[in-house]
Write a protein that binds this ligand. Structure first.
Ligand code: MN
Length: 391
C-alpha cells in the first residue's frame, strides 16, 4: 500500500520458521503449552522489529479492502465502529482509551506476511492471520474469551495483560463488544516490545495499553465441522457420474393421510446417507478445499500484461516461481490444493515438486529438469489469476 510495497505482492524468498521462542525450542513449546496452557515468553523473537509503523496501519485501514474496527471506552460505556477509517476518523493519538484493530494485515503487507511465516512451525492448516492493534493510553477491548489460540506479540510500547484461567463465561448484556461480566484475573504481566504471550482457547484475557502501544496477534483457526459437511456434500454432488441412483418407490401405498412423510422414504434416505460414509481421501479433499479457501476480502491482482505461455515457461525454468502472499496452499498424500481449487497428484515426481512448492512457497526448477505439462498448465492458469508470480 505504501511505496515500498506497491508492485511486488509476494514473498521475496522462503522465510525460515522460528526454531525457538526465547530459550524455549518450538518442540518444547508445542509439547508443553500448545492448546494446553498460557505462557509468557520474554524477548521471544530476538532482534524483533514491528512489521509496520502506526502510520502505515492508519493508511491501511482507510482502504475498504481492509477489515478494521475502532473501539472507545468512556467510563463503563463502550463504543464500536467498523472501518474503513480515513485519517480524520481516527481519534487524536493523545486522546486516551481508544484502540484500532486491523485484521489480515499479512494479506496486505509483505513485511507482515514474513512475520506470520516465522510461525510456520504450526501447520498452515491452523494459521489464520495477523491482526495488528494500535491503542492510545488505556485503550483495549475489555476482558473477553476467544475460541482460538493466539500469540500476542508486543510490537511497540507497553501493554498490561491480565488473564483468568477458569473464567465464568457470562457476558455483559447489551454491550456492542463481547465482554465478560465477571472477570477475576489470576495472572498479570506487562509486556515490552519482543515479548510474547501465548493463550490457548478459552483463557479469559484483557490487555490495556500503558501509553502508546501496538500489538501483533498471530491468530489460528480450526476447521468448522458444519462447513466441512457442506463442502463434502458439495463434492459428492459434483461427482460425475453421480454416486447414487435416483429414489424409486414401487409398491407405494395409497395415501390416507396425504401430508404424512412416508416411512419408506425416511428409510431409503437413511440408507443413502449411511452409504455415503466418506473415505479418507474424500475427507482430505473437503478439508483441503475448506482450509485453502482465501479469506473473504482477499482479491488477487491479475498481471497487467500477462506473459504468453511460451515466455512464462522460459521464465519459470530460469528463475522459478513464488506464491502470492495471499495464496493458501495445502496438500495431503495425493491431492494438492491452492485457494480452494483441488488438483489430484497421482504421480510421485509431480507430487514431490508441488509439495515442496507449497512448503517453501517457492518453486525452483533444477537445471535440466523437465517440467511436465500436467504441472505447467495449471501453474500458468494460477499466474493469470494472480495466485503465483514468476520471480
Ligand atoms: Mn482476544
Amino acid at each position: 500500500m505504501n511505496d515500498a510495497e506497491s508492485t511486488p505482492s509476494k514473498l521475496p524468498a522462503a522465510v525460515d520458521a522460528l526454531t525457538h521462542l526465547g530459550r524455549l525450542s518450538v518442540q518444547q513449546f508445542m509439547a508443553r503449552y500448545w492448546q494446553r496452557r498460557p505462557v509468557l515468553i520474554r524477548q521471544a523473537l530476538p532482534g524483533f522489529e514491528p512489521p509496520l509503523a502506526p502510520r502505515a496501519l492508519f493508511e491501511l485501514c482507510a482502504s475498504d479492502e481492509v477489515e478494521s474496527r475502532l473501539i472507545h471506552h468512556n467510563g463503563g460505556r463502550w463504543q464500536l465502529q467498523h472501518g474503513p477509517f480515513t485519517r480524520r476518523k481516527i481519534p487524536p493519538l493523545q486522546r486516551p482509551d481508544w484502540t484500532l484493530l486491523v485484521q489480515g494485515v499479512d494479506q496486505h503487507l509483505a513485511q507482515a506476511a514474513r512475520l506470520v511465516a516465522r510461525f510456520r512451525f504450526v501447520p498452515d492448516a491452523r494459521l489464520d492471520d495477523l491482526m495488528v492493534s494500535y491503542a492510545s493510553d488505556g485503550g483495549g477491548v475489555g476482558p473477553h474469551l476467544d475460541g482460538y489460540d493466539v500469540f500476542l506479540l508486543q510490537a511497540l510500547g507497553k501493554r498490561r495483560w491480565r488473564i483468568e484461567r477458569r473464567p465464568d463465561p457470562t457476558c455483559v448484556p447489551d454491550s456492542p463488544i463481547r465482554q465478560l461480566a465477571r472477570f477475576r484475573a489470576d495472572s498479570e504481566w506487562v509486556l515490552d516490545p519482543g515479548d510474547l504471550l501465548y493463550l490457548p482457547p478459552g483463557i479469559a484475557h484483557e490487555g490495556v495499553a500503558l501509553g502508546e502501544c501496538m500489538t501483533c496477534s498471530i491468530g489460528f483457526r480450526t476447521p468448522s465441522w458444519a462447513d466441512l459437511a457442506a463442502i463434502w456434500s458439495e463434492l459428492q454432488a459434483q461427482r460425475n457420474p453421480p454416486r447414487w441412483s435416483p429414489f424409486r418407490d414401487p409398491g407405494l401405498m395409497v395415501a390416507s393421510h396425504p401430508a404424512r412423510l412416508p416411512d419408506p422414504m425416511i428409510e431409503a434416505a437413511r440408507r443413502q446417507l449411511l452409504a455415503w460414509r466418506p473415505s479418507r481421501r474424500e475427507v482430505a479433499m473437503a478439508l483441503l478445499r475448506q482450509l485453502s479457501e482465501p479469506k473473504p476480502r482477499v482479491a488477487f491482482e491479475r498481471p497487467a500484461r500477462a506473459a504468453a505461455r511460451a515466455s512464462f515457461d522460459t521464465a519459470i525454468r530460469r528463475d522459478g516461481l513464488q506464491a502470492d502472499r495471499r495464496t493458501r496452499m495445502l496438500y495431503s498424500r495425493e491431492v494438492f490444493a491452492i485457494n480452494g481449487a483441488l488438483m489430484p497428484l497421482p504421480q510421485a515426481s509431480h507430487r514431490a515438486m508441488m509439495c515442496s512448492f507449497a512448503d517453501r512457497r517457492l518453486l525452483i526448477v533444477p537445471p535440466g529438469r523437465r517440467m511436465p505439462e500436467a504441472i505447467v498448465q495449471p501453474l500458468y492458469e494460477w499466474y493469470l489469476a494472480g495466485w503465483v508470480h514468476p520471480i
